[in-house]
Design a binder for this molecule. Structure first.
Ligand code: SF4
Length: 945
């Protein structure tokens, strides 16, 4: 197979070799350059000549401008300083997230040579906003995005703040450029703009005699100007890689840019493949679940090599990079050399979790006369991380048993050190609360972990992750060292935010072994055998993520890229990748679990439609039922629904003696992980550490619910006014003491002091605050307190009627509406309202896909349970005890829930229950390892500590 790089080399004659040293070849990626070098040496390696300079485009602009691209954090600090001059009260903490968006917008503005001043023209009032942003929906979306970044909820404030930023962002742009140039710093876009402008000047001193730009597509405006200037000066050649059919067929978006370039630069060199005339074999594999995809891909790769495919001509392309680690675990590495050329998201690594858990532990540790005191609530996540157990096996289990046995909620440092066997861990725990000491301890620990893996010749990927993390931490530390005023909370947030977007580049010998890569890393590369994994709609191409404050309308006017171009870019990369392949495997997840759509990518559908008309194409489609037979990873646990399990499941049926039902919590357990649901709610399996919920948090929930119930009980079925609620406030303390005694949290007549007193005060404040909120809402009629009488039945053929029920904390009637309120002590998250307006079904689906929306899930479930019992429109809200200042957070922005939405939810709920009882679907482990983070069955599943 002749690859694109071989074709470029063919253009170089033997007689040209001596001139090459003054030439420069530029590729979209570094990898492209490496493959070109190999192809060049394959042909001319035995000749005596000096290699040309080979660059990625990013390195090229740096070399040409003599400036290097400054790292994001430094840029952010500079930008922050400028903003701070305009707003003294601005804190880095609040600025960090939206500052990143602005930085990205500036970068794009420069790459596309747009006029920042005009883009950020005075948006003085709402009228102008409407005019400029055009779509109100979009503006709402931008504000919503801003809201998620600022954690501010008050809408008016939010809008004012957003407009304030908008008003200044144009002027800040200029100051920012000036500041950076003074210090010889720059972001990427600045360099592109700079090069585009200097190249057209006559006196520009070229560092190279001749330039070759190879394999580009969808050029930014600045790239276009750069290429054009050099072509016109007869100093450059352009090489394009295309396929006949997408150049000829006008409706083919893959050829959108290329057709334009063919007219613009007719003298370029075009490599037009004619892929449709060559015979190919195409396999489409429908696999249930993410993990199974990784296993299948590993199996297919092994088989291909076994059948004689050359490893370096074989690529596994992961459209979802999260599958990298599962794939590497599944791939028999001893048999095959694997080269990973992709960035892996730092946020999905164990080391990232480890560092965050550790920082949280140290941040929340209290300083007392006897030294640091840790809360078991913070210790548990830290102890259960796999890296904590590296030097003390089983530490989580041992210490947790001790916490439970001794009813410990807090532990002093010395007491803890006695239980910890490893000196490395001891050093971590002893680090104290100063960032510098913490950073040193972390470095020492992770370095020890690195060498430990190395010594055992294991954890190859872990070593890569640790190495990269330490490198980044050192860099980060250089800044943090000068910021003594930064609290540990802020440092943790910076680390969290900073690493969230970071990808770990895997660096190896890229031309050897089976190639594993992300989709964008395939640019300019060709492989004979291709396995594309996560070939699902939504992953290929990825869902559009417009992390920008510049709306669509302005983007169009100023010729900045929009999502339409994004699709054309993806289409080109995908179709180009296929053009020289002889055998292709597309693996996709056909379930709708997690973030999977269950559908194959539209790119695959388009190609299959085209291929099916061609006789010399062989298309084989295969669907895998259940998990892949003989699980490749023997650690996988899956519980089939045999007679024993069915017997246990039958306890939730109507008419059984035990009176059991599926509760909202058990159903969210199922959504989190079917195996967890089975272990916890079906088999009632209790790990010792099942008591791991923080005792204080549990008590708090019980007591606060109980006191509010008792206070309002006399008002059941009566209307209560603000004045009467204020009178209830006087009864809180007495009811609280009663409840604390009833629940044996304090002894009868106990004189409260220390922790008990604080606990009581916290609870009291919460209850008082709830009553204050209620007084503002009064009058209303109390119609239910801790109500347990509502249930819905799901009929399943041949099995019976499954009961779904729960306890509704409070129901009241106000202004002709039924209001259902749930008190929560944990975090509350709802699915975005934008989605609710855009796609109601997808909105409801989210509640069934992602357990983080469990509060909303519960809310809708209550609306289903009470359906038909009241002749009133229903509204559901969550009162978060930890965020009482925000008041009750109402689902659907405080609107009542339309009947058809309740029905939509009910239908999904019935499907979920039917799935639980479906004999063909075993209780399998979740694919999402993050969900295992706080699961009490980690030990059993060998996931985590
Ligand atoms: S550890 Fe993970 S896989 Fe195992 S039960 Fe818990 S959530 Fe499921």
């Amino acid at each position: 197979m002749k690859t694109f790089h071989h074709l470029i080399v063919e253009q170089i004659q033997e007689s040209d070799l001596q001139q090459l040293k003054g030439h420069c070849f530029v590729f979209p990626t570094k990898r492209g350059g490496v493959f070109f070098k190999r192809a060049l040496l394959q042909k001319y390696g035995h000749h005596d000549f000096m290699l040309p300079t080979i660059f990625s485009i990013e390195d090229f602009v740096q070399r040409m401008t003599g400036l290097s691209i400054t790292d994001e954090l430094t840029l952010l600090f500079h930008l922050f300083k400028i903003y701070q001059k305009r707003d003294n009260d601005l804190e880095f903490d609040a600025f960090y997230a939206w500052g990143k968006v602005i930085l990205k917008d500036y970068d794009e503005i420069d790459r596309y040579l747009a006029n920042a001043k005009q883009i950020y023209s005075d948006l003085q009032n709402i009228k102008e906003i409407d005019h400029v942003f055009g779509y109100n929906d979009e503006f709402r979306e931008i504000i919503a995005r801003f809201r998620t970044l600022t954690e501010k909820q008050d809408k008016t404030k939010l809008l004012t703040e957003f407009l304030k930023i908008w008003k200044e962002v144009g002027a800040v742009y200029e100051d920012f450029q000036g500041e950076l140039l003074k210090e010889e710093k720059a972001y990427g876009g600045m360099l592109y703009r700079n090069l585009a402008s200097v190249l057209s000047q006559d006196h520009f001193e070229h560092p190279f005699e001749y330039y070759h730009f190879c394999g580009f597509n969808a050029l930014s405006k600045s790239e276009e100007v750069i290429f054009d200037a050099l072509v016109k000066a007869k100093r450059a050649q352009l090489y394009w890689d295309t396929d006949n059919y997408f150049m000829v067929e006008k409706k083919e978006e893959a050829g959108d840019f290329m057709r334009e370039y063919r007219t613009k630069w007719p003298d370029s060199i075009w490599f037009d493949a004619d892929s449709l005339s060559d015979p190919k074999t195409v396999h489409v594999h429908a696999v249930p679940q993410n993990m199974a995809q990784a296993h299948l891909a590993a199996k297919l790769a092994g088989e291909l090599i076994h059948q004689g495919a050359k490893p370096e001509e074989t690529a596994i392309v992961l459209a979802d990079e999260k599958l990298l680690v599962p794939f590497l675990y599944a791939m028999p590495l001893h048999d095959h050399k694997v080269n990973v050329t992709m960035g892996y998201p730092m946020k999905s690594t164990i080391v990232f979790d480890f560092v965050l858990c550790y920082l949280e532990l140290m941040r929340k540790a209290q300083t007392t006369d006897q030294g640091l005191v840790f809360h078991t609530y913070d210790l548990r996540p830290f102890l259960s991380n796999a890296y904590t157990a590296l030097f003390h096996e089983g530490i989580y289990q041992q210490l947790n048993e001790w916490f439970v046995r001794e009813k410990k909620t807090k532990i002093g440092l010395n007491e803890l050190l006695d239980k910890v066997k490893s000196s490395q861990l001891q050093a971590l725990l002893k680090a104290g609360k100063q960032w510098e000491d913490i950073a040193n301890a972390l470095k020492a620990y992770l370095t020890a972990a690195f060498y430990d893996f190395k010594e055992k010749d294991s954890g190859l990927t872990d070593r890569e992750f640790i190495y990269f993390f330490l490198k980044s931490l050192n860099q980060l530390n250089d800044y943090l060292r000068q910021k003594e005023t930064f609290s540990l909370r802020l440092i943790k947030k910076i680390i969290q935010e900073h690493f969230r977007a970071v990808k770990i580049p895997f660096e190896g010998e890229p031309v050897q072994g089976v190639q594993v890569m992300g989709f964008l890393e395939t640019r300019t590369l060709d492989f004979k055998h291709l396995i594309v994994v996560s070939a699902n709609e939504g992953k290929l191409p990825t869902t559009r993520n417009s992390n920008s404050y510049i709306p669509y309308g302005l983007r169009k006017v100023f010729q900045l890229p929009t999502f339409e171009e994004q699709d054309a870019i993806y289409a080109y990369h995908f179709k180009r990748l296929l053009q020289r392949a002889e055998e292709m495997h597309f693996v996709y997840d056909n379930t709708t679990q997690g973030d999977s759509t269950g559908e194959r990518s539209r790119f695959i559908l388009q190609q299959l439609k085209r291929y099916k008309k061609l006789e010399h194409y062989t298309i084989l489609e295969k669907s895998y039922e259940g998990l892949i037979p003989k699980a490749i990873n023997s650690n996988e646990i899956s519980i089939p629904k045999g007679p024993e399990v069915n017997k246990l499941l039958s306890r939730f049926l109507q008419g059984t003696e035990e009176g059991k039902f599926l509760s909202p919590t058990s159903l969210t357990n199922y959504i989190t992980c079917p195996l967890k649901f089975y272990l916890k709610n079906v088999a009632s399996f209790r790990e010792l550490d099942d008591l791991d919920e923080d005792i204080d948090a549990r008590n708090l929930g019980i007591v606060v619910h109980e006191v509010l119930e008792f206070l309002y009980k006399p008002w059941l079925n009566r209307e209560i006014g603000a004045e009467q609620i204020r009178l209830l406030k006087g009864l809180v303390e007495k009811q609280l003491i009663d409840s604390l005694e009833r629940n044996k949290i304090i002894q009868e007549n106990q004189q409260l002091s220390g922790r008990d007193l604080v606990t009581k005060q916290v609870m009291e404040q919460m209850i008082q605050k709830v009553l204050d909120l209620d007084a503002q809402e009064a009058p209303f009629k109390v119609i239910g307190l801790e109500a347990e009488e509502f249930e819905t039945l799901v009929a399943i053929d041949g099995i019976g009627k499954v009961r779904v029920s729960g306890t509704i904390d409070r129901m009241d009637e106000k202004s002709g509406e039924l209001r259902i309120t749930d008190y929560k002590t944990g975090k509350v998250e709802f699915v975005s309202k934008t989605l609710m307006y855009k796609d109601p079904q997808a909105y409801i689906d989210k509640y069934f896909d992602d357990p983080k929306y469990k509060s909303g899930f519960q809310g809708y479930l209550y609306a289903v349970l009470t359906k038909g019992h009241f002749d009133l429109p229903v509204k559901v809200g969550i009162t978060s005890m930890r965020k009482l200042s925000e008041g009750t957070q109402w689902l659907r922005d405080g609107q009542t829930i339309p009947a058809d939405t309740i029905t939509m939810f009910e239908e999904k709920l019935q499907n979920l229950v039917r799935e639980i009882y479906d004999p063909a679907i075993p209780f399998a482990q979740t694919d999402d390892l993050k969900r295992c983070g706080y699961c009490e069955f980690q030990q059993l599943c060998k996931r985590g500590g």
